[in-house]
Design a protein. Sequence first.
Length: 203
Amino acid sequence: MNSTPALLNRILLAVLGLLLLGSGLLLVLLATVPAVAPWWHSWSAGAWAGITELFSSTRFPGGPESWLWIVVALALLALMALMVAWIAQQGKGRSNLLAAEYDPGDPPGDVRIGGGVAEQALKQALEGRPDLAGATITTYSVKGLPALKVRLLPRQGVAPHLLAAEVSELLRALESVVGKEIPVLIHIGAGARTRFGRAERVR
């Protein structure tokens, strides 16, 4: 429901993971395989010589400094700007407004209900249920309209359709209190807590 770039996040994590995996594998080979160390020394010496020659051939006329340092600094600034923009996109779409209506009474004005009202009310209604290992309620803004996302983690053996029906009843009661129909996404997931957690027995 939010605009978090999930695909981009997965690609960046995969690239970072491959880089770390390659670095770790190289370190292991350097420590365990004797033939790798001479190859690494010759390759790194050649690479460093090439970098030094590149910087030497790009010096300013009449000066000892290379203009490549300016390019490197600009590239780092651009990378920092991209990282800030990427961080700003994480979790975008969250909202703290559940409903807003204009009241023409005396005096007239806007009536606003915060998203925390629905989140806290539903959390309290779902708290302590033996068939749930966890529940998360979040308010989002979808196409300019408020919406709720209810994420449930049922325990083993709990029928998902019965749980969804009971939560739907709670949501209908919330809508009757708010006085407005609210779009809701009910997500029923599974995780380690649902696989290994034991439901409480009620006698």
